[in-house]
Ligand binder design. Structure first.
Ligand code: DGL
Length: 268
C-alpha cells in the first residue's frame, strides 16, 4: 500500500481526459495534476523547449511527493520521453503514445490507421514508427490539427464551427479509408462528439488515456504501490489562469474542484 498521489501533467486542460480515466478506474488513488496553462500550446514548440518545460514540471511533481507520473501530453510523450526517463530514472513514468499504439493494433481490421495530433507530435513520426515496428503491413496516415486545441480551450468543442474545422482536417484521412483514428492529443477526446459526427460509425476512435490508466494500474500493482483510500485527494496546479481552468475542469469532470493553486513553474 502506498497512499502517495499519482502525478499527472499536460500543457493545459487536455490532461483532464487522463485524470478522468484515473478517477474512474483507479478510484482509491489521490492525484496531483499540473496544467501548464501559461505556456500552452506545446505543440508548436521545439523538442528542447518541450523537454525543458516537462523537466520543470516533473521536479515540481516530485516536490509534491508523487509515487509515479503519467505524462498525459502526447507532444511530450512523442518528443521527450527518452530524455525524461534518463533525467528521472527513479520515478515510474507512464506516457501515452505506447498505450495509443497498443489500442490501435487491437482495434484495426483493415490495417489503415489515422493519427491526429499537434504539429510536434505528427512531425516526430513516433506513432507511425511504433505502429510499423509492430506490423510492417500497416498503413498509417498522420495529420496535424493545430486548430483543435484552441477550439477546446475556448469551450467551442460542440459548436458548428468545430464541425466544419474537424471535417476539413479529417477529409484526407477519410479519403484513405482508415478504420481507426488515434486521438493523439489530450485535448481531442473532448471533441469526441463532433469527431464522431464527422467520421460516422465506420471509424473507431482511440483515446490513449484509457490504456495509459491501465498501464499505471499495472505498475502500481506490480510494485505493491496501490492505494484504496476511501477519500482520495485531488489537487490541481496551473501556471496561470486558475479560475478559467477551474471552470473547465468542473464541467468536464462533473466534480467541484476544491484545491487549485498557481505555481511559478520556471523556478523548478
Ligand atoms: N496537450 C498537448 C498534447 O497532448 C496538446 C496541446 C498543446 O499543443 O500544448 O499534445
Amino acid at each position: 500500500m502506498d497512499s502517495r498521489p499519482i502525478g499527472i501533467f499536460d500543457s493545459g486542460v487536455g490532461g483532464l481526459t487522463v485524470v478522468k480515466e484515473v478517477m474512474n478506474n483507479l478510484a482509491g488513488e489521490s492525484i496531483v495534476y499540473f496544467g501548464d496553462t501559461a505556456r500552452v500550446p506545446y505543440g508548436s514548440k521545439s523538442k528542447q523547449t518541450v523537454t525543458r518545460f516537462s523537466a520543470q514540471i516533473i521536479r515540481f511533481l516530485l516536490s509534491q511527493d508523487v509515487k509515479a507520473i503519467i505524462i498525459a501530453c502526447n507532444t511530450v510523450s512523442s518528443n521527450s520521453i527518452e530524455e525524461l526517463r534518463e533525467m528521472f530514472p527513479d520515478i515510474p513514468m507512464v506516457e501515452v503514445v505506447g498505450p495509443g499504439v497498443h489500442m490501435a493494433l487491437r482495434t484495426t481490421r483493415s490495417g489503415k490507421i489515422g493519427v491526429v495530433g499537434t504539429q510536434a507530435t505528427i512531425a516526430s513520426h513516433k506513432y507511425p514508427e511504433l505502429l510499423i515496428e509492430q506490423n510492417e503491413a500497416l498503413e498509417v496516415y498522420g495529420k496535424a490539427c493545430p486548430l483543435f486545441v484552441p477550439l477546446v480551450e475556448d469551450g467551442w468543442a460542440n459548436h458548428n464551427v468545430a464541425f466544419e474545422v474537424v471535417a476539413e482536417y479529417l477529409k484526407p484521412l477519410l479519403e484513405k479509408n482508415i478504420d481507426s483514428l488515434i486521438l493523439g492529443c489530450t485535448h481531442y477526446p473532448m471533441l469526441t462528439h463532433t469527431i464522431k459526427k464527422v467520421v460516422g460509425d465506420q471509424v473507431e476512435l482511440i483515446n490513449p488515456a484509457e490504456e495509459a490508466a491501465k498501464r499505471m494500474e499495472d505498475i502500481l500493482v506490480k510494485n505493491n504501490m496501490t492505494s484504496d483510500d476511501e477519500k482520495p485527494e485531488y489537487k490541481f496546479y496551473v501556471s496561470d489562469s486558475e479560475e478559467r481552468f477551474k471552470e473547465m475542469a468542473q464541467i468536464f469532470l462533473h466534480k467541484p474542484i476544491e484545491h487549485i493553486a498557481t505555481v511559478p513553474i520556471e523556478e523548478y
